[in-house]
Design a protein around this ligand. Structure first.
Ligand SMILES: [Zn+2]
Length: 525
């Protein structure tokens, strides 16, 4: 039986699909989107959940003055929590997680939500944070690495608490809900696996908060920051940091297409206006900038040694390339494709609505054909009876025995084409690509993708190490360029100034602690 999972070490610990490299979000909110894309695992539950939200959206508006978590929300949140975590790479454990939870609880107390919320640090390098009804709040390690003070982190958490307190997720416009349902409808062909792959699409079409809801959450966060004793001006700083992150990603252009910002993030921009508004709201608190502390040192102490970028356990996405130092494999997607890494699979999104996955599992005794049969059965479910499978082609790809299988299947939305490629590697392992798209789509992209699968050389493996955040003090005469030269990045200086919130032209002050990104086999301090 081919496992859907690409890494057998994760078989026991995860359910499906994951980290959203797609969503280098410029807005720290995706609560509903995430719940719906977590459907990948059990779409029936998600539909039920969506229906519940529908009902909630028709009911009376929640009272903003007296936030309280309903038993129903608490139940739904608890039910979604493990699936959500699995989807986003799991929890990142240890002292950094404890730190996030402690700062979160401090905010929750000020928001009248004492001991009602669960704060989780997510093992994802995507810069994101989101809230789920039931007061489950998630912050990625990408976000933790980006902020420059405890107050900035607190402003992210305060913003998410704002969405919870105002029950924004329950007030989504019906139109948005329908959009997401339309994506889910792909699943109504009766195939759970197809839904998993389509879950990738759901991430693009996710629900979003309205501009007003964003502003309200910003304002709530700023009030809570002040109440918790943090500098409320940190909210504007945090938004500026997100803006720098977006600019950094955009500037990478073709070089780093995998980090491309999806359409919905672009249409939901982090405007200058939002940063200005946050500043004005901070002024309204009556406090001066820096009158209350930001606790920069506490944050830097916490992020020291934090994993940065891809987790080697999940393989490395670099641009359109994927390389896994443990599985010793690599491939490269054609131009226009984006890759989404997760513990279970690499999601692929390409031109002409092409969606797909790369994953692997043990090679069964009946070889590539047996693997293909099981895989197609898993993908199509009952729809297999209507599918036109083959003819399969046996080829060698970069020396590896492989099997290419085209599949055509009629759905309620029209004919779909599935292009499948399966490879046998040493140690009884097999890997596969599945690309799904409209039947009218030409398959030249899949051919290029399928030809690119290969084994890594030992020399390549030796270069694939995890990266960590190191905190050092600026020495006399240090420049951004000099410090950046120690960074594990081919855009070291840009990454250095972005991560530290520095003006590229500004002089560094000796003694100031700064974050560096270093590559290491054993972590850094
Ligand atoms: Zn938000």
């Amino acid at each position: 039986m081919p496992q859907i999972l690409k890494d057998r070490d994760h078989v026991a610990s995860v359910a499906y699909e994951g980290r959203l490299h797609l969503v280098h979000a410029v807005t720290p909110c995706r609560s509903l989107t995430l719940q719906l894309s977590s459907t990948s695992n059990t779409w029936r539950r998600a539909l039920r959940f969506t229906a519940a939200l529908f009902l909630a959206s028709c009911g009376p508006a929640a009272d903003n003055q007296n936030p309280r978590i309903s038993d129903q929300d608490r139940e739904l949140g608890a039910e979604q929590h493990p699936a959500l975590l699995a989807e986003f790479g799991g929890a990142y454990p240890g002292r950094q997680a404890d730190y996030v939870a402690a700062v979160g609880e401090k905010l929750a107390v000020s928001a009248d939500l004492e001991e009602q919320c669960t704060f989780t640090l997510v093992n994802s390098d995507v810069v994101n944070a989101f809230a789920v009804p039931g007061c489950y709040i998630y912050v990625t390690r990408g976000m933790l690495a980006l902020v420059n003070s405890e107050a900035e982190l607190a402003s992210v958490l305060g913003h998410e608490l704002g969405h919870i307190a105002a029950a924004h997720a329950q007030r989504q416009e019906q139109r948005s809900l329908w959009r997401t349902l339309a994506v889910l409808a792909v699943s109504l062909t009766g195939s759970e696996r197809l839904t998993q792959i389509a879950g990738q699409a759901a991430q693009f079409f996710g629900l979003r908060y309205s501009r007003k809801q964003e502003y309200d959450a910003d304002d709530f966060g700023i009030r809570v920051l002040k109440a918790a004793g943090y500098d409320p001006y940190a909210a504007g700083d945090m938004l500026a940091a997100l803006g720098r992150n977006e600019a950094y990603i955009m500037a990478s252009g073709g070089h780093d297409e995998a980090r491309a910002i999806p359409e919905w993030v672009r249409s939901h921009p982090l405007t200058e206006n939002r940063i200005e508004r946050a500043h004005e709201e901070a002024v309204k608190t009556g406090l001066k900038d820096n009158e209350l502390p930001e606790h920069e040192q506490a944050l830097l102490g916490a992020v020291r040694g934090l994993l940065y970028g891809d987790d080697p356990e999940q393989g490395f996405v670099e641009g359109r390339r994927f390389a896994h130092p443990v599985m010793l494999i690599a491939f490269e997607a054609p131009p226009g494709f984006t890759l989404t890494n997760s513990p279970q699979a690499v999601g692929l999104a390409g031109p002409d609505d092409a969606r797909g996955e790369f994953a692997g599992g043990p090679l069964p005794p009946d070889g590539l054909e047996g693997y293909a049969n099981t895989l197609i059965g898993q993908i199509l479910g009952e729809a297999r009876a209507q599918a036109q499978v083959g003819p399969a082609k046996r080829v060698r790809t970069n020396g590896l025995p492989s099997l290419f299988v085209p599949v055509r299947v009629a759905t309620q939305q029209g004919a779909l084409r599935l292009d499948i490629a399966i490879y046998a590697t040493r140690g009884g392992r097999a890997y596969h690509f599945v690309l799904v798209g409209p039947a009218t789509r030409p398959s030249s992209a899949s051919a290029a993708l399928f030809r690119s699968f290969r084994l890594l050389t030992p020399a390549e493996v030796a270069t694939l190490h995890a990266r960590y955040i190191q905190v050092v003090k600026v020495k006399l005469g240090d420049t951004a360029a000099r410090l950046a030269s120690a960074m594990a990045s081919d855009r070291g200086e840009a990454l250095f100034t972005m991560l530290n919130g520095l003006d590229p032209e500004a002089k560094l002050r000796p003694g100031t602690p700064v974050k560096l990104v270093r590559r290491s086999t054993h972590g850094v301090e």
